[in-house]
Each structure stands twice: as structure tokens, then as C-alpha cells.
Ligand binder design. Sequence first.
Ligand code: ATP
Ligand code: MG
Length: 316
Amino acid sequence: MTALLEVRDLAVEYDSGERRVRALDGADLTVAAGETIGIVGESGSGKSTLGSAVGRLLPSTANRVTGDVWLAGERVFDLPPAGIRRLRRERLGFVFQDPIASLDPTMRVGKQLKLVLGSKGDPLSHLDRVRLANPGRVARMYPHQLSGGMAQRVALAIAMACQPRLLIADEPTAALDAQVREEVLEVVFSVAAEAGTSIVWLSHDLTAVARRCSRVAVMYGGRVVEDGPAADVLGQPAHPYTAALARSAPAMASLGDRLSPVPGRPPVLAEASHGCAFEPRCPYAEERCAKERPELHVVRTQEALCHRATELVTAS
Ligand code: ATP
Ligand code: MG
């Protein structure tokens, strides 16, 4: 196995008693060592569920999980608790939208970093690495004293402390204002590049992702429906959903992230889909699209889960 991360036919269902949601419906993803990949899709498409599943961080309501996740040659779902702790400590780092929530409110920043580093590391150099001015002062602060951008840098320093092979960044800048957002993204990508760490960046924003990532995977209804080089996915989408996302990208920036960029509503699945989940909103849908689950088609440099992908590309 040469890939760093392999996700195969992953399905996750949440069951809260009154309601069952199939958040992942057979998702596939491969990430090579050192690669930066953006995963985009509307709210509810399953991005966070996918990220959490990789670190086995799913809540207990996610009580049906099938498929496989391999990380650095290890089958994540087979690992005993000690193996999972080692994986999270040595191989995998996470940064989330709300950095304060991932920090201990009662402990100074320097001490939290020291706990992760053990005796081998110097917290100040790790704070310096994420370009925090005056690391000595920041190390003495409590999380509530940090601004949003500072807190995200601290969370990044902790996530990257043990030089993980993979960093999963789940909308790390969604809560920050525009200028700080760019600065924090810059730090995330440069620190990971220096360490040779792969990034999986979960985001709503296809254009932002295409600017920084070599590859983009587009999620819809709990599956990866298109995957390929970022410039090609954005410039010549192979899946009708990606095409709609790409067309609406400039409008999205002014409308704000939370609005649906494509007419209609995304699906909330209760069970495995029988056809293509995008069929009700797709301008190219035919009869079979509602009945048959689409297989993967290779179109130019991309892979797309669309019955008509090859024919639509030839026609365009
Ligand atoms: P967003 O862009 O809003 O972060 P997302 O793409 O990350 O969305 P997920 O958070 O993975 O999507 O959610 C996928 C589906 O699973 C949604 O329908 C969501 O409501 C549901 N879901 C997520 N977490 C839970 C949970 N803990 N319990 C029940 N349902 C959940
Ligand atoms: Mg999410």
C-alpha cells in the first residue's frame, strides 16, 4: 500500500432514537503522502463525518459504520484503544472550526503544549513555528485570553507538535474574519509543507480550496462525487453538481457560506440511496439516474460518479 490514507466504501449512520441519518453512503477517497486535498460540499454532505471517522472520533450515535479506513498502512477500525491513541498522537492531527473548544480552558497554553510534546520539545519553538509573535507571552496565557486567530495557531501548534503524517483541518477558518482567515490558512499550509504533512481540508468554498490544494474531492449526499486536480475540477467540472458549485462560486462569496449555492435542497438520507442523490436537482437527469447508483467514470484527469459524465463532457 503506497497511499497514506485510503477510505473505501465508507458508510456511517447516526441513530439518535427518533431519527436515522445516513451521513456517509459509500464514500471513497485516497490521499498520497505529502498531498494537499480539499474536500468541498454543501452543509450536511458528510465532510465532518468523514474527517471524524478517519480518527475514529465519531460520537456514539454513529452506531452503524461499514467500510474501511487505512491510515499509514493500519486498518483504523481494527485498532485497539491503545493503537488509536498512538495513531492520534503520532500520525494524525486535527484542527476544527472552534479552536477554543479543543483547548483546556483551565490550563496555560505553554503547559498544554508541553503535555503533548513531553520532555523532548520546547513549547516556545512550536509557538514560534506557527508565527505567533512573542511566544513567551502567549505561553503564559489562558485560552480565553487568545483572539480567534491566535487560538487557531495554538491549536495548530498542538496538532502539529508530533509531526503527524496527516492533518485534518475541518473548516479551521470559518469563524475568523477575512484577513485573519488568509493569514491562518497560510500558516496551516506552510507549517504542514515544512513537516511533509498531508492536509485534508474540509471546506464549503471550492474557489478557496482550488487556490491552495493540489487536489479537490467534491462530496454530495455522503459520497465523493468528483475527484481530481484542483484546477481541472474547478475549470472543467466532470460532475453536474460540481459544475453548479463552480458557477455559483463568485456569488457564494457575497452571499455568505451558509446559503445553498445550487437551487433546491441537499438530501438527508435515511438509508442507502438507490440512484444518484443529485438526481432531483440535476438538469441532466434521466430515468436511470433515480434508479441506479452511479459508478465511477474516468473523465479526462477526473473521476466522477455520474451516469452521464462521459457523454456530457463529449457534448460540452
Ligand atoms: P457542514 O458543512 O455543515 O459542516 P458536513 O458536510 O460536515 O456539514 P456532517 O456534519 O458530516 O456534514 O453531517 C452529515 C449529516 O449527518 C447531516 O445530515 C447531519 O445533520 C448529520 N449528523 C452529523 N452529526 C450528527 C450527529 N452527531 N447526530 C446525528 N446526525 C448527525
Ligand atoms: Mg462539517
